[in-house]
Design a protein around this ligand. Structure first.
Ligand code: WT7
Length: 645
């Protein structure tokens, strides 16, 4: 079974027995395991003095200290040197069908070098932070790799963020330069970006220059001496086609990426050059089994870690071909994604459950109108995938036969940590299956003891891995303090999960998404899954609502399928269903029919808003710039408490 090794882009492990052996070896002697992988996957200017220094009790951990490398060299030059210069590295599809660009490794290398030279000309040096605030256009990939080339630290800020959120992130990491666009195309509209950048400048004294991509042609104000157009600067006579890659210490930061923390303050997750790059490639090879002829489409925005690892560093590090799409799934119609799959013969498709749920609403027709037979592997990331959604994905996108890799990881992880590997794939809808080699994942109860099979507990990682964050920006000892204090010596992921009798992992959800009814900690995800198993329910989100007697009660927002009627009979039915599936204590106190739920553009439900609505806390909804459609809020407030009890 499994394809021959020669067809793979760099090794690969076909059979379950190989996996088990490799996994056991990786835990027995992690240092020699990672040294072997580092030799196999990465090209180094100088090898390390030690693989790993420190553990989760130490104030800091270093990987491959003493080693020197360059991430952009690894993603570009070495493939050209091996004769793959004419191979396609990046296929870019704009929102408009006719707007496309194809980059070979050689042409991408040239663009990256030229832009790296421009960054230098504008005063960016090693270790300086550069904020990248761009839509999904090729300049995103070029900027990121150009920073890596000169040893600058990139900090991508999702293009949907507001001026205030952008400014906060620029100030936190003390960025010197900002790269943005005049505006972005989004579902046929023109969304200003430079205007946000201008506002951010007022609050961010560390910034001294702004490079602006002309994407839409929208009129923007340009401040002389501070703002420069990319296309003008890049064609200057003194910008040459080659920029020599900086030899970077493996343990120095490659980038900062902000993720949300429990407090609402963004946390600047710092990833290091050597360990991160290695882990991006290691995981990309294991999980997606990337081969020479694959066309890999990761639909995530580069504003999130998924885009960093599986649109840039992982696949380009392995010499693969990636597809980048500017637009959103439902514009101009629900067939857009499948049209792209057909057009470019995408073979690996990696997306989020929220995207699949959005597409499910339109049924299988938009899929059947396209030839998507080029697909060979499907992936899912971002939240637990509900079994119904899994089955739909499998049946209609995967023609009932393709493996689905449900990949569990987080921004702090650098790359996928738990996933069903395609070659040893068993159908277990909803299970993230097994940890990758090198990942010592376990489930602990509240006392720190390993939980028995089928009991949920805290998902922890017991040994450092190269892709792990170095620290939170500006806080050297933050890994120990923020992640390893609950269970000293192990890394607490903040997720709950259980392991079944086969040892397969089932992710329950974040521990901060819990409701406490009469002292019973309930996982909202479990209740949501129960609701989703009811045939009338299309989407469900569950939050806690304060209650004088019970502490909290369960408040469920439910979107029902077309054709189902919003009767009180259905509400009773849903309650009975949850009581039966989860237990009487989980029965929703309130069920509100919602036409739509508040979601980020990437499809995550923003439970914070639902929690506020449920508890009548309507004063200030905080930063709403990530919200895809703000009109859902007044609708939800309006429709609040269609109560029956
Ligand atoms: C949290 C991390 C991983 C990149 C995108 C999100 C949840 C992620 C899964 C999955 C169940 C998942 C976890 C995790 N999550 N993937 N396959 N199954 N839950 O990165 O914003 O750092 O969020 O997303 O709760 O902790 P992030």
């Amino acid at each position: 079974m499994g394809p021959k090794n020669a067809e793979r882009s760099g090794g690969g492990f076909a059979r379950a027995a190989d996996y088990r052996q490799e996994y056991a070896k990786s835990l027995r002697d992690p240092n020699s395991y990672w040294a072997t992988r580092a030799n196999e996957l990465v090209t180094w200017y100088r090898k390390w003095d030690s693989v790993l220094c420190g553990d989760f009790l130490s104030d800091s951990i270093s990987w491959f200290s003493g080693a020197l490398l360059n991430a952009s060299y690894n993603c570009l030059d070495r493939h050209i040197e091996k004769g793959d210069g004419e191979k396609t590295a990046l296929i870019w599809q704009g929102e408009d069908e006719s707007d496309t660009k194809i980059f070979t490794y050689r042409s991408l290398h040239k663009e990256v070098c030229r832009f790296a030279n421009l960054l230098k000309k504008r005063g960016v040096g090693q270790g300086d932070c550069v904020t990248v605030y761009l839509p999904m256009i090729p300049e995103m990939v070029i900027s990121v790799l150009a920073c890596a080339r000169i040893g600058a630290v990139h900090c991508v800020v999702f293009s949907g963020f507001s001026a205030t959120s952008l400014a906060k992130r620029i100030v936190d990491c003390n960025a010197h330069l900002l790269i943005t666009a005049d505006a972005a195309f989004r579902a046929g509209r023109v969304i200003p970006m430079k205007a946000n950048a201008d506002e951010a400048f007022d609050e961010a004294p560390s910034l001294n220059a702004c490079i602006v991509v002309r994407r839409t042609g929208k009129e923007v104000s340009m401040k002389p001496g501070r703002d420069f157009f990319w296309h003008e600067e890049i064609s200057a006579d003194d910008i040459t086609d080659y920029c020599s890659p900086a030899k970077m210490q493996a343990d120095t930061p490659l980038y900062v990426l902000y993720t949300s923390g429990a407090t609402g303050d963004p946390k600047g997750v710092v990833h290091r050059t050597g360990g991160y790059l290695l882990y991006a490639m290691h995981s990309c090879q294991w999980v997606f089994d990337l081969k020479k002829n694959d066309i890999f489409w990761c639909t995530a925005d580069c504003g999130w870690i998924t885009g960093h690892t599986y649109m840039i560093y992982g696949p380009l590090g392995l010499g693969g071909t990636v597809l980048m799409y500017e637009g959103i799934p439902l514009y101009p119609g629900p067939g857009r994604f499948w049209e792209i799959v057909e057009k470019y013969k995408v073979s690996i498709f990696y997306t989020a459950p929220a995207v699949i749920r959005a597409l499910m609403r339109y049924g299988p027709e938009p899929i059947s109108q396209h030839d998507i037979s080029s697909l060979r592997l499907l992936g899912s990331v971002g939240e637990p995938i509900n079994p119904d959604v899994w089955r739909w994905y499998h049946k209609y996108v995967g023609s009932g036969s393709l493996p689905i890799v449900d990949t569990w990881w987080q921004t702090e992880a650098g790359g996928v940590m738990i996933a069903p590997l395609p070659s040893m794939y068993l159908e277990k809808p909803g299970s993230a299956a097994q940890p990758l080699p090198g990942i010592d994942a376990a489930i602990l109860d509240w006392h720190g003891q390993e939980a028995p099979a089928d009991e949920s507990g805290q998902l922890v990682i017991r040994h450092p891995w190269p892709g792990m964050l170095k620290n939170l920006f500006g806080k050297a000892d933050s890994v120990r303090k923020e992640y390893c204090s609950r269970f000293p010596g192990v890394f607490n992921t903040g997720d709950r999960a259980r392991r079944d009798a086969d040892g397969d992992f089932w992710i329950v959800g974040r521990t901060d998404d819990a409701v406490n009814v009469c002292g019973n900690r309930l996982d909202t995800v479990e209740i949501e899954s129960a609701l989703l198993r009811h045939p009338a329910v299309l989407e469900a989100a569950v939050v806690g609502m304060p209650h004088p007697d019970k502490g909290e009660v369960v408040y469920a927002y439910v979107t029902i399928r077309e054709g189902c009627s919003k009767s009180s009979q259905l509400l009773e039915d849903l309650r009975r269903h949850v009581r039966g599936e989860v237990g009487p204590v989980a029965s929703p106190h309130v069920i509100q029919y919602a036409a739509a739920l508040p979601k980020t553009r990437s499809g995550k439900i923003i439970r914070r808003i639902l929690r506020q609505i449920a508890s009548d806390d309507l004063g200030d909804f905080g930063d709403l710039t990530t919200l895809a459609d703000p009109s859902v809020i007044p609708d939800l407030i309006e429709g609040k408490r269609v109560e029956v009890e």
